[in-house]
Design a binder for this molecule. Structure first.
Ligand SMILES: Cc1ncc(COP(=O)(O)O)c(C=O)c1O
Length: 384
């Protein structure tokens, strides 16, 4: 695919390589939000059907992106922590069981497990990366697989590490979790849309993702897939719209014991958000038009040669096989200094993040070769 910068409103004076912090909005996504805002000027025009129709379109579009046919397994959530809380409320745990987490994982995929682990006398095993720089990604994957044992009830992780883009072999992990009867819960916030993910093939128990990063949507909306293991569970809140026949507004006080089918019981209250849903929908339509494999390939082609140059000047970057290209960490070798790197990047108006000991760079389809040129120039600059 070609560079899509023209679809965005990025400031031409800056170089934005920070999608992992927050993606910019496409002009079309902005417009959908403005229209959603203005709709409330005339509430007489908001119909009962408007509470449902766009959510159905959103489910269908998200289902297409991650290969889910039963779209009532897909629900709107406001945040990753919310999506994880539904899992935490329903996973059966016993004393002596264990939960496997990846080291330095994003907190919204750690705190829910800390809480249920302490309530159930369950042990959390956090699998840190190896100290070795060479072969780090491969060895980390091996460590993860080796940590899963007959007491493991849950593995909760990302497809890629949020801080340095290390790529995890979810297929191998799913195979091992099925062998021991553990749930697999994935945080796709930094990868969905930019890296292919196939629910039918992988069969995770839950996939949770915030919408404002690689999915290019607005803030405060995300999407969750919940598998069969959660079918009879209890949601963290009890909302009218998630109950059977909620479409029939006249009968809402004929309170129902039953929920809507599939995973719809887990959808957040006021899920029909008239501003955020149309924005997220527009963004997902665009992602499906591009296709995640093409987005990843675009990023791979964009960064390959610049990263080779950085490696040649002493920076440390994981092998392409064990990291994503839409998000990766650059570590400083002996010849480089973090304060100087930060200052030079700031002066060159190159926007990246700093996570742990890595400079986190996260390009996407609105970046071009010039952006990467500025990154390499700033990092290689000898200015103090
Ligand atoms: C991997 C990952 N998950 C989740 C989030 C956001 O979590 P929440 O939606 O709970 O604020 C982030 C934000 O940086 C993230 O990087």
């Amino acid at each position: 695919m070609n560079c899509q910068k023209h679809l965005f409103n990025l400031d031409p004076e800056i170089t934005y390589l920070n999608c992992a912090y927050m993606s910019p909005l496409m002009k079309e996504v902005e417009q959908a939000g403005i229209e959603g805002l203005l709709q409330k000027r005339q509430p007489d025009k908001v119909t009962g059907d408007d509470f449902f129709a766009n959510n159905e379109l959103l489910r269908a579009e998200f289902g297409k992106l991650i290969n889910v046919k039963q779209i009532n397994r897909l629900v709107v959530i406001p945040s990753v922590s919310y999506g994880m809380a539904n899992v935490a409320k329903n996973i059966p745990l016993q004393k002596g069981d264990n939960i496997i987490l990846v080291g330095e994982q994003f907190p919204s995929n750690v705190y829910p497990w800390m809480e249920i682990a302490s309530q159930n006398d369950t042990h959390i095993k956090t699998i840190s990366p190896p100290d070795e720089i060479a072969d780090r990604g491969r060895l980390w994957n091996i460590r993860l697989l080796e940590a899963i044992d007959s007491k493991t009830r849950l593995v909760a992780m990302g497809h890629i590490h949020w801080a340095d883009g290390t790529l995890f072999d979810l297929k191998a992990i799913r195979k091992r979790t099925l062998e021991v009867g553990a749930w697999l819960v994935i945080d796709g916030t930094q990868s969905i849309g930019a890296l292919p993910f196939d629910v039918e093939e992988l069969q995770p128990d839950a996939l949770i993702a915030a919408g404002y990063k690689s999915m290019m949507g607005p803030y405060s909306i995300g999407i969750a897939y919940y598998g069969e293991a959660l079918d009879e569970g209890t949601p963290i809140e009890q909302n009218w719209i998630n109950r059977y026949k909620s479409e029939d507004f006249a009968s809402l006080v004929n309170y129902s014991e039953e929920y809507q089918p599939g995973a719809l019981r887990y959808e957040v209250g006021e899920r029909s958000n008239f501003i955020l849903i149309p924005m997220m929908l527009k963004a997902l339509q665009k992602l499906n038009e591009w296709a995640p494999e093409n987005v990843q390939q675009y990023c791979r082609d964009l960064v390959r040669e610049p990263l080779e140059r950085l490696r040649n000047s002493g920076f440390i970057i994981e092998n392409e096989k064990y990291r994503a290209s839409n998000l990766f960490g650059i570590r400083l070798g002996d010849h480089h200094n973090m304060d100087r790197a930060k200052k030079n990047l700031q002066e060159a108006k190159v926007f990246v993040s700093y996570r742990g000991d890595a400079i986190r760079v996260s390009p996407n389809v609105y970046n071009d070769a010039k952006d990467l040129e500025r990154l390499v120039g700033a990092l290689n600059s000898r200015k103090a």
